[in-house]
Design a protein. Sequence first.
Lengths: 163, 140
Amino acid sequence: MKKLLVAVGLLAATYYLPACKSGPKDADIKTEVQAALSAQPGYMGVSVEVADGVVTVDGEVADPAAKSGLQSRVESVKGVKSVKDNTSVAAPPPPAEPVIAADDPLTKGVADAVKDYPGVTATVNDGVIALSGEIKAADWKKLKKSLDGLRPKKTDPAGLKIK
Amino acid sequence: MALQDKYRELLDTAKTAGVSNFQVIERDGVLYIDGEAPSGAVKDQLWNLYDKIDPNFLAGDVVMNVNVAASAPGTKAKVTTEKSNLNIRKGPGTDQPVIGKAAHHSIVTLVSKTNDQWWLVRTEQGEEGYAYAEYLTPEA
């Protein structure tokens, strides 16, 4: 009799236990969470693990906005019980660099620009145009526009006497 | 960011005036301002503001490369030299031979813009060559 009870119990366990665990399987949840995240920008560098409906997200998100939106996006997936957010925010990309002309084209461009202003000498060194001599204020305004258009690192008028 | 504060009025004006591809980079004590102005008047306005904030540009802490949006080929431009004629050269550079002259205040036709400094133009006499863009003012 006892044996029979045990057998019935085992049978019941076999049939009913999976049923108790209602809702989607972990593997399905993982697929859904991955899909939900990849639909949004900023989650390229994350990995997702699911155990008993508990989702753990690791890796790097692109920015703070992606981080703050992570919890709700994962929770919205059916079957998710809780979310462990272990992600970190990636360092922001370095700011854009100014485009500086190489010395050769810069020297040529500078020679063209100062040609019409006798009395002005310009030298180019490592992207910096250093000016010397004398120039009228009105002419200097024109010349500065031309020089800045050549993409120097700096237009240095320290040696220039503006009349 | 100190330079951006110093030139705040200039930067704000550029934005409200509709300068496109507007880019401001501050690096090693120099503020690089790039963009395309919708008109020559806007470009002049920006340079006037720059001159107001830093009279005669003596601080040397700005490199401003704001061009007027490219004029279409076929645009007419006036030769705005002080009083002399404008050299028309074989190639873009003062080392190139002079192949013709465009008279002071005459009108040339823009063929193409080689770069911001040199434009390929055709004179009223039909000579084609390169002229220094600073002395050409596109007609509206």
